[in-house]
Design a protein around this ligand. Structure first.
Ligand SMILES: [Zn+2]
Length: 333
């Protein structure tokens, strides 16, 4: 088998020279004009002298390349680079996928462990519940036994249907008796109520009668206002009247009083909502000294001495905005 030898040309093998290859055997730089051989196994370039020195053998074979191999063109380099990039990305993705898968497996294992531990817990719970169930069953048996015993105790041979009928009859009679008694009591209660209402009515009648008498008395008293009124020693008279806002001092209400001999009097003007005043006037129309009482609230004269004669007690409203009821009380001491 012949060995294919190539002479390195400066111009046509520029790219090959640009790779700066060294002879693997001598480590000499391969340069233009060198006679070289390409191993068909690994495509390495050897100086022909080295190839001969190696006995024309490399990669366990003796074939050499007949053609000077083309240096990879620029386009091929780009394609290779692209392939490289894709391969790199693919490798990264693969690593990522493995990582994700690893994490997923880790999670699954964790869940399995959780489930296992839960199963263990549930197993414990189930056995505890089974214990409880056994206890409950035992209790049910106990209670059943007790009920049986109690039923045995309750069984009484003396109770027969005839006895029961008699008892029911007796109870019915008692019930009837109670019902009658209650009706009687209710009737009695109603009687008392009626009686009470009758008393109330009677009382109201008396009250009305009393009020009528009072009114009648007041009417007579007021009818006497226009006439001189005489009081015996130790007695008194009260006049009830009304002062409108028109009853000013120029338009007073007059009460006349006859005094047979010199006497002393307590005179009160009271029970008023407004400020009423009074004074005593003699038969000639002159005001008796110190008889005018005009303080607010209750007006009064105490232990006031009057000579024998006929007098008028003049009462009027001091307020022009407010009317008032009043009581004029005259007491002879
Ligand atoms: Zn080789």
């Amino acid at each position: 088998m012949s060995v294919y030898r190539h002479t390195v040309d400066r111009s046509s093998h520029r790219e090959f020279l640009g790779e700066g290859r060294k002879d693997p055997y001598t480590q000499d730089q391969i340069k233009a004009g060198d006679e070289i051989v390409f191993c068909a196994g690994c495509k390495s370039a050897f100086l022909y002298s080295s190839w001969e020195a190696m006995g024309g053998r490399h990669c366990n074979q003796t074939e050499t390349l007949a053609e000077f191999p083309d240096a990879p063109r620029l386009g091929n380099v780009k394609k290779l680079q692209k392939k490289n990039t894709i391969l790199t990305v693919f490798c990264y993705l693969l690593v990522l996928a493995i990582a994700v898968l690893g994490y997923f497996i880790y999670q699954q294992r964790k869940r399995i462990k959780d489930f296992q531990s839960r199963n263990l817990d549930q197993g414990i719970q189930i056995s505890s519940m089974e214990d409880t169930q056994d206890k409950v069953n035992q209790k049910i048996v106990d209670i059943s036994n007790k009920i049986d015993l109690t039923l045995d105790d309750c069984y009484d041979e003396s109770i027969t249907p005839i006895n029961l009928e008699e008892k029911v009859f007796s109870l019915e009679e008692k019930l009837d008796c109670f019902v009658t008694e209650r009706q009687n009591l209710e009737t009695e209660k109603n009687n008392y109520k009626n009686q009470r209402d009758a008393y109330k009515n009677e009382r109201d009648t008396y009250k009305n009668q009393r009020d009528n008498y009072r009114n009648e008395r007041d009417t007579y008293k007021n009818a006497l206002n226009a006439y001189p009124y005489s009081l015996s020693s130790g007695s008194e008279v009260s006049y009830q009247g009304y002062l409108s806002t028109n009853n000013q001092e120029t338009n007073p209400i007059l009460y006349r009083l006859y005094i047979p001999q010199q006497s002393r009097f307590d005179i009160d003007l009271k029970d008023m909502e407004a400020d009423g005043d009074f004074e005593i006037i003699d038969s000639q129309g002159n005001t008796i000294d110190n008889s005018r009482s005009t303080s607010s609230g209750s007006d009064r004269l105490r232990n006031f001495s009057l000579q024998s004669g006929i007098y008028s007690i003049k009462v009027w409203n001091h307020s022009s905005r407010k009317s008032t009821q009043f009581t004029l009380r005259i007491r002879r001491i």
